[in-house]
Ligand binder design. Structure first.
Ligand SMILES: NC(=O)c1ccc[n+]([C@@H]2O[C@H](COP(=O)([O-])OP(=O)(O)OC[C@H]3O[C@@H](n4cnc5c(N)ncnc54)[C@H](OP(=O)(O)O)[C@@H]3O)[C@@H](O)[C@H]2O)c1
Length: 213
């Protein structure tokens, strides 16, 4: 599969490495290609492009940018380049404010989510929330004594969720499909819970697992 990863931070770089590991063709998207020159030397099979180049390249897309910039990045990517494609959305709506006793502040409310805002503005894209509630270093084939951790996903398009679940299977995760786009109201705050353990106990290597009876 050709995968376009919108974003150049630690999440984007980790996921690109994962896609390359499993034989996918990948392009990483940024406003500033020059800053990825050294990264490209170390990852010669990946390509670097603008947000628009990357969205046009990908049959499947990943959105891994600062939450408050996500809509701007998708506008730069171009609505036509998103149409009918899965967009695996790793973004969290973290506000530009310090955490309170280890609890991050969001710029959304519990009755809205970043992914719903994006789905409304880009209705032809098939957004799937994924990869938002674990640290970047544990996104691809994490090793835990308790076995595979759970990635909570949601989105309106079943085909897009099936593609995401296939990728998650390759990356060593079990998938819990929590439903339509509104479930992002519950999945995005898992990032707050995940980070609270980091800020209060300096533990950054955990992941969530859903236990069934
Ligand atoms: N870090 C983690 O462990 C982790 C884990 C789970 C989820 N997340 C979420 O994943 C997303 C990416 O996180 P990250 O830590 O990899 O990187 P980040 O530092 O949150 O974001 C970096 C990316 O955001 C883009 N960006 C920032 N401001 C922008 C603006 N004004 N206009 C356009 N683009 C802008 C940058 O574009 P350029 O390339 O052009 O500079 C870059 O690609 C975030 O939403 C984060 O909450 C992070």
């Amino acid at each position: 599969m050709k995968v376009g990863v919108l974003g150049s931070g630690s999440v984007a770089q980790t996921l690109v490495a994962g896609f390359v590991k499993y034989g996918h063709q990948t392009m990483i998207g940024t406003r500033d290609k020059a800053k990825l020159a050294d990264w490209l030397k170390a990852n010669p099979t990946a390509q670097v492009g603008s947000f628009s180049d990357t969205a046009a390249f990908g049959e499947a897309l990943v959105l891994a940018v600062k939450g408050s910039a996500a809509a701007d990045v998708l506008r730069a990517a171009g609505t036509a380049n998103l149409a009918a494609k899965v967009v695996m959305d790793a973004c969290n709506p973290i506000a530009d404010a310090p955490p309170v006793n280890g609890v991050l502040k969001f710029f959304t409310t519990l009755d809205d989510s970043l992914m719903e805002q994006l789905q409304k503005e880009f209705p032809t894209a098939h957004f799937v929330k994924a990869f938002n509630s674990v640290g970047a270093s544990r996104m691809v084939n994490p090793e835990f004594k308790a076995g595979r951790p759970t990635m909570f996903i949601c989105g309106n398009d079943d085909g897009a969720k099936a593609i995401t679940a296939q990728i998650l299977e390759q990356f060593g995760w079990e998938t819990a499909d929590m439903g339509k786009v509104e479930a992002a109201r519950a999945i995005e705050p898992l990032c707050m819970l995940w980070c609270t353990l980091g800020f209060t106990k300096n533990e950054w290597t955990h992941a969530f697992k859903l236990l069934h009876q």
